[in-house]
Write a protein that binds this ligand. Structure first.
Ligand SMILES: [Zn+2]
Length: 126
């Protein structure tokens, strides 16, 4: 079973890899949507996988780090594509949310998004 929490953030960025003159090479903004999904089994007594308050607190910290920011200035986001933002969120949240299985980052106004299930190589110890 999985539960998720969505959040929205507004941020500016540019893509250093875009060719000169391309709109993406210039600073511009998006309304982003992110969805953080945690997998688990509900506790027999409480019926809860993880308290939504706990999930929300983790998500709020990530949102605060992204919302109304210049994404390129954030450590690890010098090339802030949807893919990199998803990886950044995963890196930031996976220790705090052990059941983390999916991070979605989308620009709904562009009908574009990225779904990330974590790095392909997992350590055997995990
Ligand atoms: Zn953009």
């Amino acid at each position: 079973m999985r539960i998720y929490k969505e959040f929205f953030f507004e941020a500016a960025h540019f893509l250093p890899s875009a060719p000169p003159g391309h709109p993406n090479a210039r600073v511009h903004g998006h309304s982003f949507r992110a969805r953080i999904t945690v997998d688990g089994q509900p506790d027999e007594d409480t019926g809860i996988i993880i308290h939504f308050g706990e999930l929300e607190a983790a998500v709020q910290d990530a949102k605060d780090a992204l919302d109304h920011r210049m994404l390129n200035d954030i450590e690890g986001l010098s090339a802030p594509t949807l893919e990199r933002i998803a990886m950044w969120l995963w890196d930031r949240l996976h220790n705090r949310l052990p059941g983390l299985v999916e991070v979605v980052v989308a620009r709904d106004s562009c009908h574009e998004g990225c779904v990330y299930h974590g790095p392909p190589m997992r350590l055997a110890a995990e």
